[in-house]
Design a binder for this molecule. Structure first.
Ligand SMILES: Cc1cc2nc3c(=O)[nH]c(=O)nc-3n(C[C@H](O)[C@H](O)[C@H](O)COP(=O)(O)OP(=O)(O)OC[C@H]3O[C@@H](n4cnc5c(N)ncnc54)[C@H](O)[C@@H]3O)c2cc1C
Length: 495
């Protein structure tokens, strides 16, 4: 097992993609096998040394950034990536990158449809944060694809959880046995999660499956080392259409219509969108720096994808052409991705915006203040108007973009000085409170990590967050694993 204590290696592991600063750690450790990981954890448990788990380091809430103790990177663990065609699943070790899974699945005629944007993330990190992506609109989040997982607990004991084998008892209690035969009895926290895309806090639901508690636990309950994930058959084609609108209102109404189509009754021959993404006026302005041929009158854009299973499906595209006209857009001025080359251009376009935002953040010299809020669809327009009204005359640059199909937009405020930064954070709190009052979530896909503790308490309550701390202690009695993720570590002393 490689143990690194030199400054250069350590520096590499003090950051993820959150921009969180001030991390520190004594050593970075690379176990090469499950056995090494287990015996090392046993040692740490005895000494009560805190340990932070690091995967692909693409997280945006600081979950993998250590503040003391030891950092364990999963990079060097035994690798496994096996697509089982007959079962339509992939068996993966935690350190396989998303792009490798997608490529391996495709070669065998399958697709892993969750599609989070960041393909360098590890599947272990994706499971730990319940990652989702544009196609989650149709296909759901990581949670919907994990059929089994193996996790090492903080004391080196293990759990092998297969979906369907451990369902919670009446009274929301579980009674399970670890691999070493230890009994774990516990009651789930009593909060009710919003029934929308959500990655805030432990997953809790009546009659829930134990596996769902381990998906989205942000490494606080155990280290996921292996999983089986469900794949779906690759469709014949997935085409993407980026349509421009002269007004934001036109684009919002068009996306409402697409959403209704997907959730409503449709003729069986029809095809409906699998993703619906939004770019507001300011996003379009930012993208114009690189894409001079964006139509000059465009004030907003919607990108949507349609899944083609058979040639006859192409005949259905006329419906979307007509619909675009109804909303004062035009298929002839839309950018369509029908083949590999044009699809790649559209992918680059969509990914360009976060890159441009990050460049702007660097020039500004102040971190962005970004939301990950989703609300129930019946309240989406109220939330959107709240954003716009609050930002009118606010005097801080911003862009709004993202997963409008799931009523989940990323609003990035881009402050240029300390005063703007503080005002942006204040406004962020107003957005959080508004979303919560509408039954929404403060984190639809990025998790809580170390950055969003305070907001989690506004979504649930202090008592509920203490219940989460109590639950962690069942799995991690020595309180060493991924401390300060999801809730402040001080809460563990209060329960
Ligand atoms: C440009 C960009 C685009 C992004 N787009 C998306 C997106 O579309 N959707 C989305 O959901 N997220 C997105 N993210 C965020 C990020 O990619 C996800 O949160 C991802 O799941 C993190 O995986 P990782 O392997 O990089 O994990 P890390 O950043 O290394 O860790 C994330 C958390 O998981 C824990 N962890 C890691 N591995 C394990 C393990 N094996 N067992 C237990 N805990 C573990 C860590 O301790 C940490 O708390 C994006 C990030 C960037 C930079």
């Amino acid at each position: 097992m490689l143990i690194k204590t030199d400054r250069d290696t350590i520096l590499d592991y003090l950051e993820d993609s959150s921009g969180i600063k001030g991390g520190f750690v004594d050593e970075v450790v690379f176990p090469e096998s499950e056995r090494e990981l287990i015996s090392f954890l046993k040692e740490l448990g005895i000494k009560k040394t805190p340990v932070t788990i690091s995967g692909g380091k693409t997280g945006v809430t600081g979950g993998a950034v250590p503040f003391g103790g030891v950092l364990i990177s999963t990079e060097s663990l035994n690798r496994k990536l096996e697509v089982c065609k007959d079962k339509g699943i992939a068996k993966v070790s935690c350190n396989v990158r998303l792009k490798e899974i997608e490529e391996a699945a495709l070669k065998e005629g399958f697709m892993y449809p969750v599609d989070p944007t960041e393909k360098d993330a590890f599947i272990g990190g994706n499971i730990a944060t319940n990652a989702s992506g544009a196609k989650s609109f149709r296909f759901g989040s990581t949670r919907d694809y994990v059929t089994s997982l193996r996790a090492v607990l903080a004391d080196g004991d293990m759990l092998w959880i297969k979906r369907g084998e451990h369902i919670c008892n009446r009274g929301n209690t579980f009674c399970i046995s670890t691999q070493a035969g230890r009994s774990l009895n516990f009651k789930l926290p009593s909060y009710k999660m919003p029934a929308i895309k959500n990655a805030a806090g432990y997953f809790v639901k009546e009659k829930m499956d134990l596996i769902d508690l381990f998906i989205g636990q942000e490494g606080t309950l155990g280290i996921i080392i292996e999983a089986e994930i469900r794949l779906i058959k690759s469709p014949k084609n997935i085409i993407g259409i980026l349509s421009f609108f002269e007004s934001e209102e036109g684009s919002l109404s068009f996306s409402d219509r697409l959403r209704e189509l997907s959730h409503g009754e449709l003729h069986e021959k029809d095809i409906t969108p699998i993703s619906i993404e939004f770019f507001d006026m300011r996003s379009i302005e930012m993208l114009r720096q690189e894409y001079k041929h964006i139509p000059p009158n465009a004030s907003a854009a919607i990108f949507f994808e349609l899944m083609i299973d058979k040639d006859a499906d192409y005949d259905m595209l006329g419906r979307y052409e007509r619909m675009l006209k109804d909303f004062s857009s035009d298929i002839d001025k839309s950018w369509c991705g029908m083949d590999a080359k044009t699809k790649e251009r559209l992918r680059e376009f969509r990914h360009k915006l976060p890159v441009l935002v990050n460049e702007q953040v660097k020039r500004n010299g102040f971190p962005k203040v970004g939301t990950d809020i989703a609300v129930p669809k019946e309240y989406f327009r109220i939330m959107y108007s709240f954003y716009k009204d609050s930002l009118e005359n606010f005097g801080i640059s911003y862009v709004i973009f993202g997963h409008i199909g799931d009523c989940h937009l990323h609003l990035n405020l881009l402050p240029k000085n300390e005063e703007e930064f503080l005002r942006a954070k204040e406004l962020y709190l107003k957005f959080i409170d508004k979303a919560v009052s509408l039954g929404g979530t403060i984190s639809a896909e990025h998790g809580i990590g170390k950055l969003k503790h305070a907001y989690l308490e506004r979504m649930y309550s202090k008592e509920h967050v203490l219940q989460m701390a109590r639950l962690k202690k069942v799995f991690d009695q020595n309180c060493i694993l991924n401390m300060d993720n999801i809730f402040p570590k001080e809460y563990l002393k209060q329960v």
